[in-house]
Write a protein that binds this ligand. Structure first.
Ligand SMILES: Cc1cc2nc3c(=O)[nH]c(=O)nc-3n(C[C@H](O)[C@H](O)[C@H](O)COP(=O)(O)OP(=O)(O)OC[C@H]3O[C@@H](n4cnc5c(N)ncnc54)[C@H](O)[C@@H]3O)c2cc1C
Length: 327
């Protein structure tokens, strides 16, 4: 049984820890805060890339693989944890880009169908989850599966010898292991000198208080989206801001997101906003996700750079990294 340390308890770290535990590994997961409170908590929870033709083959492959298992995974997590991640296959109405040449080529290649609506194209296969609930369920589930979670502990450095990692130095002391898996999201380049640098791309979101507005599907237009939750609340996102680790939220962006919402659903103009927040997507300079063995250390693995699609890609990324470790 191999000893694995997973650094980072977002959706990528927890999903990786889950798959490793299922494969028989002894797993310790370390987070500098509490698990599931960073990007994975902040996101919209759409289980699809927004405009999939913008992304590389790996992102598309991991997305399709994940989409195929998400509903069953959420059922398993619900059973194991008692918390329902609220998977809903509501579909997505895309109002722009769907008739571009790139989009048409992608749909033909992946055999994806849509229904033409007056306002755009409806992709009925697209689902969403309520990410805070997904993360709570995941955390309980991995504890049930024997993963040891260490929170409020920062991993500062790797302990290395020749082409091997021996363990980690953390704020609470050193820990030795057979394999280290870096899932530190937007912070990954603070730990590793990656050739494809990972950096934070801030996104701001709002959620409306429960009102009378009924929305049955996700709406996507000009890179922004409106997402219905099962309890009737509605989320709107999001910005793309390359401003480092600055968590501040701006009043004008809040108003801007609100305006986007009521331009698409006029009844939202007078609905009160319940919360406004930001999160740091793990972006990479090449815009590619990294799910790989490290080039310098043979027992170091990297699962990061999921950018706008980490909730979506998490199950398949976790599967792939587990396969690499067990090769
Ligand atoms: C506004 C917004 C909307 C989004 N919408 C969607 C969407 O609809 N669909 C979708 O699929 N994706 C969406 N995303 C993207 C998605 O949220 C991310 O790709 C995903 O959460 C990345 O997961 P992660 O586990 O890598 O990162 P995180 O969730 O950020 O987790 C990284 C963890 O590592 C920990 N950590 C970092 N450094 C250290 C260290 N040195 N030691 C210990 N712990 C450390 C952090 O504390 C953190 O908990 C959105 C993101 C944002 C911000």
């Amino acid at each position: 049984m191999s000893d694995c340390i997973v650094v980072g308890g977002g959706v990528i770290g927890m999903m990786s820890a889950r798959m490793l535990a299922i494969s028989g590994a002894k797993v310790t997961l370390i987070d500098q805060r509490e698990c599931g409170h960073e990007s994975s908590w902040a996101g919209g929870g759409i289980i699809s890339p927004l405009y999939p033709w913008h992304y590389d083959d790996l992102t598309n492959d991991l997305s399709f693989e994940s989409q195929a298992v998400y509903e069953e995974l959420c059922d398993d997590l619900h059973r194991s944890s008692g918390i329902d991640p609220q998977y809903q296959k509501s579909g997505l109405l895309m109002m722009d880009e769907f008739d571009s040449t790139e989009a048409k080529m992608w749909m033909e290649r992946y055999k994806v169908d849509y229904q033409r609506h007056a306002d755009g194209a409806f992709f009925s296969h697209v689902a969403s989850v309520r990410n805070p609930r997904l993360l709570q369920a995941l955390k309980i589930d991995i504890i049930n599966k024997g993963v040891k979670i260490v929170e409020n502990t920062q991993v500062n450095q790797l302990i290395t010898k020749d082409d091997k990692v021996l363990g980690i130095h953390s704020s609470e002391g050193d820990l030795l292991c057979d394999n280290v898996i870096i899932c530190a999201g937007a912070w990954s380049s603070q730990l590793l000198n990656l050739s494809d640098r990972i950096f934070p791309m801030k996104g701001q979101m709002i959620i409306f208080k429960q009102g009378k507005v009924k929305l049955s599907h996700v709406i996507l237009d000009q890179g922004r989206y409106i997402i219905p939750r099962i309890d009737g609340k509605i989320l709107v996102g999001s910005t793309m801001e390359d401003v480092g680790f600055n968590r501040d939220v701006d009043e004008h962006i809040k108003n801007n997101l609100h305006e986007f919402a009521w331009q698409h659903i006029p009844m939202l103009e007078n609905v009160e906003i319940e919360k406004h927040w930001s999160g740091f997507r793990p972006a990479s300079e090449t815009e590619k996700v990294i799910v790989d063995r490290d080039k310098n250390y043979r027992n170091l693995f990297i699962n990061t750079g999921h950018f706008r699609n980490g909730i979506n890609m998490a199950p398949a990324s976790a599967n792939r990294i587990t396969q690499l470790i067990n090769e």
